[in-house]
Design a protein around this ligand. Structure first.
Ligand SMILES: [Zn+2]
Length: 106
């Protein structure tokens, strides 16, 4: 079990959070909801990067951020919660683009 958690952590750090960049200034406060899901559910819920051990899905219209995890690993959970406050991976704009797209559709 410990070994598995270590693997997840390593995999997670492969996609590093970009703490050098501030989230968008108008990023909204999102209430997070944590869900532990199966690998099959993960494939449906987190289609962006496969295989994944977790993902964060911001729902701006309802002020929520859904966090899906394969298991409740603390580092993985924290990683996804950073996404919920608008932090992207280094070299990516996934959360930023989602917020811009949402604002454009309002
Ligand atoms: Zn991530």
């Amino acid at each position: 079990m410990k070994y598995l958690a270590l693997l997840i952590t390593l995999n997670c750090s492969a996609a590093q959070l970009d703490f050098d960049r501030q989230p968008p200034a108008d990023w909204p406060m999102l209430r997070y909801h944590l869900y532990l899901v199966t690998a099959e559910e993960m494939r449906i819920l987190c289609p962006i990067r496969q295989p994944v051990h977790g993902c964060a899905v911001p729902l701006f219209a309802t002020g929520k951020c859904l966090v899906f995890l394969r298991e409740n690993d603390e580092q993985l959970r924290n990683h996804e919660l950073w996404h919920c406050i608008g932090i992207d991976h280094v070299g990516e704009n996934t959360m930023r683009d989602a917020w811009i797209k949402f604002k454009g559709e309002r």
